[in-house]
Design a protein around this ligand. Structure first.
Ligand SMILES: *Cc1c(COP(=O)(O)O)cnc(C)c1O
Length: 390
């Protein structure tokens, strides 16, 4: 397999290099209040059989990957929900089962290997929490130094996780978007490869592995994938994986990708409706998808338009109910952002064919944010000593 970069905007091809993050031409026109211009997509050239190794479709040889079990996450059949909702082929892809308990490990894993291949030992990034704790954990396995910019509001578990893994953490008095800009300034000034989402092309490329796994687990592409979306990098990665499969002739049709966003943090879905990105401060209990400027917005929007994707907005109340329902009817406890995708399914269920293969991405473990989830369960106030008090 051969690999190169191709600018997702101007289409110009470049050799893959750690010195090239976004397109040198398109990024000149970058407006700081808008999504990234000139996001690079990895182009592959070659052939693959249906039983391909996922590693063989990635632009870094396997020997550079740190040794920890990323990906290959289970696909739950959720029989109780299948019965309740009438979907015979409903699945949950449980990415909370990655080493640091979120989907972000797919990106960190490839970024780490890419840095290693180029003998770069320091990585820096901004994160709402999961990308940071993920890079910290994967970096720990790889022996890399990780510098992390985290909004001070990030859930404690994610902060503690990053510190446990040994990352240097700067808590930012501001939003994720402000942390993002600081992290880019930091790498320009003090060096280190940026792993910030969408900016480093390996983040998008690493996230495609979920689609490759779905193809292998189902022996085909599903008809629908519901993706909880903030920056749009997971959504873009899901598209990229299926695009590779299309190009390789392994599938013949693109699934319908549903871009599920929290109603008050839905920049991509707004742009889908209105034609362009506007700026509106975000607010949602699902911290992982709370984003003002979706960094991978242009790429995500282009794919959604090209392949007839579907924007779905859900309220915080719907996210809470979906989280509890998923936990109590399947045993899968996912964080609010993960539950947002399921809330999206509940919202659009009447538009789907009961026979279709439907995959809901459960992107992070529920244990990542106990504070939020604890807010809408009834913790018994009374304590007991004997059974007589029941
Ligand atoms: C990051 C994240 C998302 C959203 O991914 P984007 O690429 O920002 O759209 C969804 N769920 C979880 C748990 C995440 O950590």
């Amino acid at each position: 397999m051969e690999f190169s970069y191709i600018c997702s905007e101007c289409g110009k091809e470049h050799p893959i290099s750690p010195d090239l993050m976004v397109c040198p031409d398109c990024s000149l026109k970058q407006d700081p209040q808008k999504p990234l211009l000139g996001v690079m997509e990895v182009r592959l050239k070659g052939k693959a059989r249906p039983d391909f190794e996922v590693h063989s479709l990635l632009p870094v040889p396997q020997e550079f990957f740190p040794l920890l079990p990323v990906g290959d996450t289970p696909l739950w059949q959720a029989p109780n929900l299948r019965k309740e909702l009438g979907f015979q082929n409903l699945f949950f892809k449980d990415d909370g089962r990655n080493p640091t308990s979120s989907f972000k490990d797919r990106a960190s894993y490839l970024v780490s290997a890419f840095a290693r291949m180029h003998k770069i030992n320091k990585l820096c990034l901004a994160s709402t929490g999961n990308a940071g704790s993920s890079m910290a954990g994967v970096g720990a396995a790889a022996g890399q130094e990780i510098v992390l910019f985290l909004p001070h509001t990030a859930p404690k578990a994610k902060l503690v996780q990053a510190l446990q893994y040994g990352a240097t953490v700067y808590r930012v008095k501001g939003t994720y978007d402000q942390a993002y800009d600081l992290s880019l300034e930091y790498s320009a000034k003090f060096g280190g490869m940026s792993r910030s989402t969408a900016y480093n092309p390996m983040t998008l490329e690493g996230k495609k592995t979920v689609s490759l796994e779905l193809f292998q687990q189902l022996k085909k592409a599903p008809q629908h994938v519901l993706v909880p979306t903030g920056d749009g990098c997971i959504l873009g990665g899901v598209y990229k994986g299926f695009k590779d499969l299309l190009q390789l002739g392994l599938i013949s049709e693109m699934p319908v990708i549903h871009c599920v966003q929290a109603e008050n943090s839905n920049a991509i879905n707004r742009a889908f409706e209105n034609g362009d990105f506007d700026l509106k401060p975000s607010s949602t209990i699902a911290d992982s998808i709370s984003v003002d400027i979706p960094r991978n917005g242009y790429y995500a929007l282009t794919q959604l338009k090209k392949y007839q994707g579907n924007p779905v907005n859900v309220t915080d109340q719907e996210i809470k109910e979906a989280q509890k329902r998923l936990s109590s009817s399947t045993g899968l406890f996912t964080e609010p952002a993960g539950a947002a995708a399921f809330a999206g399914l509940l919202k659009i269920q009447k538009d789907l064919n009961p026979k279709d293969a439907i995959v809901v991405l459960a992107t992070g473990s529920g244990l990542k944010d106990i504070q939020t989830a604890g807010g809408y369960v009834d913790v018994p106030e009374k304590t007991i000593k004997t059974l007589d008090e029941i």
